[in-house]
Design a protein around this ligand. Structure first.
Ligand SMILES: Nc1ncnc2c1ncn2[C@@H]1O[C@H](COP(=O)(O)OP(=O)(O)O)[C@@H](O)[C@H]1O
Ligand SMILES: [Mg+2]
Length: 504
């Protein structure tokens, strides 16, 4: 093998599923000691390509070359034998076993039935030290944080001598601080000669970490580049296949009166422990307040309390000057609140109902749609058709069951319904989670438009890019409390990211 021979070369990989061409003649290579990012929207074919490499799927066409020679990879076991390791999107650890036991699972020792756990533990310590993968080998996996579990997965692959390591969306579950830690580890691995495939749809991460970038769209390669020669904008366009506007223009808007006020709020969570602790927030008309934070730090309970969906223990809430403390969701809505919930199918739309019905949900008491005591079908259809058109909801018909739409289209449908009611306050929780860049761009533009019309907008998001793209001020929640509120001009990714871990 010469130094120019790539560690991995995928040649012309094609993979069909019934009705879907998941990979269409994809070529991709990885050299020793580099990070090659595979970037693409949901459904672009990234995981499929890597599952072929890991022996979970067989390609219909194409070849896998490892170290210059054609390889046959029929199962994960054969992938591991050929020194390919994979950290899946969903971890594959047994929570009730210790780290050592998890790493030892499936190891074969020709001389004994069971591998020697002490020896495994000692080797884990060595690997941990060598690459800065801190973790206690003797701890039960269920006690570990998500970031630590991911480190165990990486250790597991390294224990098996992986020379090529595939990480499928490894940052999706991490805090910004944990992402930084992971990147340090990955750089140490590449310095030691490991080749890494880094799968992501997050542009800034791909730019920060990779040596090379390959973009997939609808199963095809739509771009190959390197960070020095590209930027977020261009990468987004390769992913989406058209021009996109990542940060909507936010014209200067004169802020109006306080439209949403939360004061001294305490809320108990599902487990009976305090979820929201003494939160004070004011949002003015014409302002977007972003709430940043790792999910699970009280954001959901805060939103539900404001929307009238969750009882509060103490404190008060007002919408446009009217006291809405402890009111029903209907009363919060009547006071001027529109709510785009985090759990779309649970709280935002009814899957079995069709598109037209879901566009109506909140309005069905509305006299526009009732004639002689009955629903006026024609009016309902006209209303639905207008919103579907205006909000670019892609649906085959108005009577398609909502559950069969894509996540992005369900979200646009909910936004259409919520924004059409002329709100004074919009509360949007994770408005673009799981949504493609194209739909996210659209949703962002609509929220900024509402700001321009004097609406007070509260956006709760785990996605720092989103928070930065939208917000006039940024509040950070940690452990139930608002630990810091930044003016947009003073906020940096680092300072906000740090506050998200409770450090202020
Ligand atoms: N096991 C499967 N059976 C049928 N279709 C699949 C299967 N796995 C993936 N697909 C389809 O293949 C396409 C690519 O999916 P995937 O590789 O998971 O994309 P990505 O990882 O980029 O989000 C999608 O349209 C997806 O629905
Ligand atoms: Mg995937």
């Amino acid at each position: 093998m010469t130094t120019s021979t790539p560690l991995l070369e995928l040649r012309g990989i094609t993979k069909r599923f019934p009705g879907v061409l998941a990979n269409d003649d994809v070529s991709f290579d990885v050299r020793t000691g580099e990070v090659h990012a595979l970037l693409g929207e949901n459904g672009a074919g990234k995981s499929t390509l890597m599952k072929i490499l890991f022996g979970l799927y067989q390609a219909d066409e194409g070849q896998i070359m490892l170290r210059g020679e054609e390889a046959t990879i029929t199962s994960p076991t054969s992938a591991i034998e050929q020194r390919v390791g994979m950290v899946h999107q969903h971890f594959m650890l047994v929570p009730t076993l210790t780290v050592v036991e998890n790493v030892a699972l499936g190891l074969h020792d020709a001389r004994k039935l069971r591998p020697d756990l002490d020896a495994v533990g000692a080797r884990i310590r060595e690997i941990s030290e060598e690459y800065g993968l801190e973790v206690d080998p003797d701890i039960d996996v269920w006690k570990l944080s998500v970031g630590e579990r991911q480190r165990v997965e990486i250790i597991k692959a390294l224990y098996r001598d992986a020379e090529l390591l595939v990480l499928d969306e490894p940052t999706a579950v991490l805090t910004p601080q944990e992402v930084d830690d992971l990147f340090v580890i990955l750089r140490q691995l590449t310095a030691a000669g490991t080749g890494i495939v880094f799968i992501s749809h997050k542009l800034h991460e791909v730019l920060a970490l990779s040596d090379r970038i390959t973009v997939l769209r609808n199963g095809r390669v739509t771009g190959r580049t390197v960070p020095a020669e590209t930027d977020r904008q261009q990468l987004a366009e390769m992913m989406v296949g058209r021009e996109v506007d990542l940060a909507p223009d936010r014209p200067i808007v004169e802020t109006g009166p306080v439209r949403l006020s939360v004061s001294g709020l305490h809320v108990t969570g599902d487990r009976g422990t305090p979820a929201v602790v003494d939160v004070d927030l004011d949002v003015r008309g014409g302002e977007i307040l972003g709430i940043a934070g790792v999910s699970g730090n009280g954001q959901r309970e805060l939103a539900e309390a404001i929307a009238g969906l969750r009882q509060l223990d103490r404190g008060s809430i007002s919408i446009d000057g009217a006291d809405t403390t402890g009111v029903t969701p209907g009363m919060a809505r009547a006071a001027g609140l529109s709510y785009v919930p985090e759990e779309r199918m649970k709280d935002g739309a009814v899957g079995e109902f069709d598109v037209a019905e879901n566009l109506l949900l909140v309005d069905h008491g509305d006299s526009r749609f009732i004639r002689n005591g009955l629903f006026d079908r024609d009016q309902i259809e006209t209303h639905a058709a207008r919103l579907v058109e205006e909000y670019a909801v892609k649906t085959p018909t108005l009577h398609t069951p909502t559950s069969s739409l894509s996540g992005g289209n369900i979200q646009k449908l909910i936004m259409a319904r919520e924004l059409d009611s002329d709100p004074l306050v919009i509360l949007a929780a994770q408005p673009t989670r799981g949504v493609d860049i194209g739909a996210a761009e659209y949703i962002h533009r609509r929220l900024v438009e509402q700001r321009g019309e004097g609406v007070a907008v509260l956006v709760i998001s785990e996605d720092l890019d989103e928070v930065f793209a939208l917000s006039d001020r940024i509040a950070v929640m940690f452990d139930g409390a608002v630990v810091k509120i930044f003016d947009r001009a003073d906020a940096t990714r680092e300072s906000v990211g740090l506050a998200m871990t409770g450090v202020v």
